[in-house]
Every structure is written in C-alpha cells, then in structure tokens.
Design a protein around this ligand. Structure first.
Ligand SMILES: [Zn+2]
Ligand SMILES: [Zn+2]
Length: 327
C-alpha cells in the first residue's frame, strides 16, 4: 500500500471518493499471477467500488456532486460494434475499471460519467459488490443460461457470484442445487434460497445430484470453479438438452471431453464474460426492491487489502470480503 497522486477529472469524467470496494477472485488471480493478468504493472486493482461523487468534469450533466454511486466495472469504448449492441463486456478496446484502468483499492477514482449508477440511499456502501459479483451473476443467469421456472439448476461454487446466482435463479422459480466443499458456504446458500446443497471434495456426488434432480440430471449447470474433475462431473450430471455455463476459471481447469458425451445429450456449452451496464442497473434495482441480499463477510480497512486478498486466496471467506478507506 502506497501513496499516489490524486487522480484528476477530465471533461466527461467524475471523481469518486471510494467508500467501499469488494474483493473478487479475479483480484486474487491478478495479485498472485493467475490465468488473468492486469493490463499493466503496477496497477491499482479492485473493481467492485461504491463512493460519493466529489468532483465532475465540465461536460458532465447526468451526475451531481454528492451523488452516491456504484462504479460499473465493465467500461467500453462506446463506439465499437459490440458496445453499440449493448455488449460492452466484449468491447474491442475495453477500459474496464480495475482491469485496464486504475481501480477501486484506493481513496479516489476517476471514471467516465456514463459508467456510474446512482445508489439508492436505502442501500449500503457495500452495494459496490453488485458491480462484479451481482452483475456478472445476473448476466450468466438471465442473458446466457436464460434460466426458466422449469429448470433444475446446479450451481458449482458458492462464492460471491454463486450466492447471487442462487438468489437470481430463485426469483425465476427454478429449482436450485448448490455444490461446494465448504459447509459454511453451503449453509449460507440455503439461507439465500437453495433447495438443496451437495458437499464436494473427494466424494463422488454424481448419483446424489441425479437423485435430487429426480433422475434426469441438471438442465442448467453454472460453473464458478471450473476445475477439471468438476467439469467432468458436470458433463455426467447434465440432463438431455442441458446447458453448461462457464463463469469461473481455474489455472489448471480443462474442458476435456469426447464430443460424443455432449452430442448424445444434445447439450450446449456456454461461456459468460463479466456483465454489462444494463446487468448492473437491473441487479441494483433487485437489491433496492429487496429481491437480492448482499452477503458481506467483513469490511477491512484499505490498509489491510493484502490480508483481504490472502483470506480469499485461502478460501477463508464466506460471502464477500470488502475493503474501505474509511473502515
Ligand atoms: Zn470480479
Ligand atoms: Zn467498445
């Protein structure tokens, strides 16, 4: 942790005094040389930030000084074909917050005015976690998997994204089963609406899942862990015409299967990348209407950000861990 000059606003940007920033598994990958790497080094990472607008550029009219905001972690160029189609998560020249630009593990951030979303006074500063974990779960469940009330959904991994995914699938009315190796995470998944939970880690749970899914397997599997052995189980568990959706990734995870295993089921494999601004707006509305709950494990002072990263790396966090310059 070190001192850097305060960032300055330009004509279309706002300066946000950061109040809270969630810590994501991607930050752990960035910090400890995982499959995802920061765009440059050294870089201020952190992409689940909320805060108060304290300064704005001369051309900014949609945001006022004093507004409480959540910063969208996905930020596109606003001009390319993907951005114009509302798919800025696939932008050709992205400048996403804490990915290609200086992020939220800081006291201040400067961001484009069109990538902040107003935060209702009824929601806490920890709502910054909606920027990645909430919005990315929203994108995976509603845009990619298109979960419907008839679906039997298996969610693999009850981390920050998995716990939002449970709630978003239950809003639709799907049956939800959650697999994880940590009993405390499974307990929290149940409290958030999971119909059943399965403990993984050294046990063969394929038959157990089939029984709970009434013999037919899962029509949707949303994978947040993506270790090779879990993927192998997923393909076995998937029902006919099932959809397997990858959201999380692992350095040593490989999708290694004979195509016939998928062909016989006429299965579809999807991938879901981050989220769009629309996903963030919609999941923030759901939070405001008390349809989704934040599961914040703890908020540490910003000075302890390395400890927060280490706790997440060591799988000690149940829910989301956050840091705050004012904690
Ligand atoms: Zn993230
Ligand atoms: Zn773009």
């Amino acid at each position: 942790v070190e001192e850097v000059p305060e960032p300055r606003v330009t004509k279309n940007t706002v300066k946000v005094k950061i109040m809270n920033c969630g810590v994501c598994r991607t930050d752990v990958h960035f910090a400890y040389d995982g499959p995802a790497k920061p765009a440059y080094f050294p870089q201020i990472i952190g992409h689940e930030a909320s805060g108060e607008v304290v300064e704005k550029g001369e051309e900014v009219s949609n945001v006022q000084i004093g507004d409480r905001v959540v910063i969208s972690c996905t930020q596109g160029c606003d001009h390319c074909d993907y951005c114009l189609a509302g798919r800025e998560n696939l932008c050709r020249t992205p400048r996403s917050f804490g990915f290609q630009t200086e992020g939220g593990f800081a006291e201040y951030a400067v961001v484009p005015d069109n990538y902040v979303v107003k935060l209702s006074s009824s929601l806490p500063w920890e709502s910054g976690v909606l920027a990645c974990s909430g919005a990315a779960a929203h994108h995976a469940v509603y845009d990619i998997a298109k979960v419907n009330p008839n679906d039997h959904v298996l969610i693999v991994g009850a981390g920050g994204l998995g716990l939002f995914t449970v709630q978003l699938c239950k809003i639709v009315g799907a049956k939800v089963l959650v697999a994880d190796m940590d009993d405390r995470k499974l307990q929290l998944a149940k409290e958030l609406g999971a119909d059943d939970v399965i403990k993984t880690g050294g046990v063969n749970y394929v038959g157990q899942v089939r029984d709970l899914m009434q013999g037919d397997g899962a029509s949707v599997i949303i994978e947040f862990v993506s270790k090779s052995e879990l993927i192998k189980n997923d393909i076995e568990i998937l029902s006919k015409a099932g959809r397997l959706v990858f959201v999380g990734y692992d350095t040593n995870g490989f999708l290694n299967t004979n195509p016939l295993d998928l062909i016989l089921k006429e299965a579809t494999v999807f991938a879901s990348k981050g989220a769009t601004l629309r996903n963030l707006r919609e999941v923030m509305d759901l939070a405001e209407n008390k349809k989704v709950r934040l599961s914040v494990a703890a908020t540490l002072p910003l000075s302890l950000v390395n400890e927060a990263l280490m706790r997440l790396k060591n799988n000690e966090v149940v829910g989301r861990i956050c840091v705050s310059p004012s904690a």
